[in-house]
Design a protein around this ligand. Sequence first.
Ligand SMILES: Nc1ncnc2c1ncn2[C@@H]1O[C@H](COP(=O)(O)OP(=O)(O)OP(=O)(O)O)[C@@H](O)[C@H]1O
Ligand code: SF4
Ligand SMILES: [Mg+2]
Length: 326
Amino acid sequence: MTATARPLLSVRDLSMTFRGKRGRAAPVRAVDGVSFDVAPGETLGLVGESGCGKSTTGRMIVRLLEPTAGTITYGGRDISRLGQRALKPLRRELQMVFQDPHSSLNPRRTVARIIADPLLARGGPAAQARERAAELMELVGLIPEHADRYPHEFSGGQAQRIGIARSLATGPRLIVADEPVSALDVSVRAQIVNLMERLQRELGLAYLFIAHDLSVVKRVCDRVAVMYLGRIVEVGAKERVYAAPAHPYTRALLSAVPLPDPVAERTRQRITLPGDPPSPAAPPPGCAFHPRCPKAREVCRTEAPLLRIATPGEAREVACHFPEAA
Ligand SMILES: Nc1ncnc2c1ncn2[C@@H]1O[C@H](COP(=O)(O)OP(=O)(O)OP(=O)(O)O)[C@@H](O)[C@H]1O
Ligand code: SF4
Ligand SMILES: [Mg+2]
């Protein structure tokens, strides 16, 4: 996808602060000023440790959550604060696939009904919805005989196919896939990733692909955004970020990924970060990564680095006072 293509999705300074319970606990700044674009047909990977705000970001984009600040522009239109009624037609185009396929499928409905539901909700005729459900089942590799079965009769991989078929029912252009393969057996992850890639080619879908697993993200995404404590610390073309990470946190994350080549794997240098990620209820001042950063200096404790182009002429942005030379 060229950088000049008009983005399908533009997120600017997106923030989500969860109020502390009954006013006692400190508010949680789960997402704090996140900005990125997703072009039509592109996959942007979103990675980072548990609790850094990936799911909250995804849930705001599909407007399951209303952002506390910032804007979400979809297809040129600001959708950040649309009410439920105005959101209804948009829900067709913006869909979400969840981590745990079984818990995201209604256990009391048959597969055909689950997939047809989004169409029936739009007031479509039942026979047509059922026909479309059968087409979608075929598209995602489920056999027609399974139409009248219930979710618990399926393995995790098959259930995720049902979840994907449901997300496709209304003809979306952007799918937020929140850890879509993390809950699956390793042996079926590749099959679901292959399916998502094929669907992207055939249907021209754009994905925001949220994952812990950096090898999966490397495989599927065009660009990758790395989050730390509610902020994006590095974003750029996958090849560049994986080959020459510029942010110390990205370097540490990537150093933990096993290498396929056994020789390289034996000599791989792991960067172990001290401590756990701090709480988003009490983020450190300055660069939020400074208490764990091997490169931290005095300025890092007081001044928060802005996300900016690190290498002239390259569309990669890094939030660090002392980025690695590319
Ligand atoms: N509804 C909520 N109310 C209060 N705090 C919340 C809520 N949802 C999320 N949080 C907090 O916001 C922060 C970000 O959570 P989020 O689920 O977005 O992280 P994540 O990156 O998706 O993590 P994981 O990799 O574990 O899925 C966490 O500190 C979490 O505890
Ligand atoms: S700004 Fe400083 S503390 Fe933060 S990542 Fe860069 S070098 Fe490390
Ligand atoms: Mg999550």
